[in-house]
Ligand binder design. Structure first.
Ligand code: AMP
Ligand code: ZN
Length: 116
């Protein structure tokens, strides 16, 4: 996926502050952090969004969450964290490569959504 930002990060063509990498997952700091801890965990293989996953993706999805748990503890949010997967237009997904935001830090991150 030549034109996919996160595929370019996976390929090493765009730099990122990586915190974890194995054969199928990459995790790095969000370039514009919303909280003291703000990581992105992605599958290395291009998956557009949670709206496009199927039964063949369940292993990598599960591993993303297990990695998220470990990284949150290691990276400064040992007392809990929030996982956000923005999906599609309604979910306000800006980068069209599946990613889980891991947000946290020393203080609670606040209510999940503003009521409208
Ligand atoms: P989303 O709205 O869920 O698609 O969020 C995309 C996230 O990617 C945003 O939080 C951006 O700050 C982040 N982001 C965009 N470009 C980069 C980059 N080059 N390195 C790290 N994070 C990025
Ligand atoms: Zn991609």
């Amino acid at each position: 996926m030549e034109d996919c930002l996160f595929c370019r990060i996976v390929a090493g063509r765009i730099p990122a502050r990586k915190v974890f990498e194995d054969e199928e997952i990459l995790a790095f700091h969000d370039i514009n952090p919303a909280r003291p801890v703000h990581l992105l965990v992605i599958p290395k293989r291009h998956i557009t969004s949670l709206a496009t996953v199927g039964d063949t993706d369940t292993v990598v999805l599960g591993r993303m969450l297990a990695v998220a748990n470990r990284l949150a503890t290691e990276q400064g949010s040992p007392d809990g964290f929030r996982v956000i997967i923005n999906t599609g237009r309604i979910g306000h997904q800006e980068v069209q490569h599946l990613h889980a935001h891991i947000v946290g830090g020393p203080e609670p991150v606040g209510p999940m959504l503003k009521r409208i």
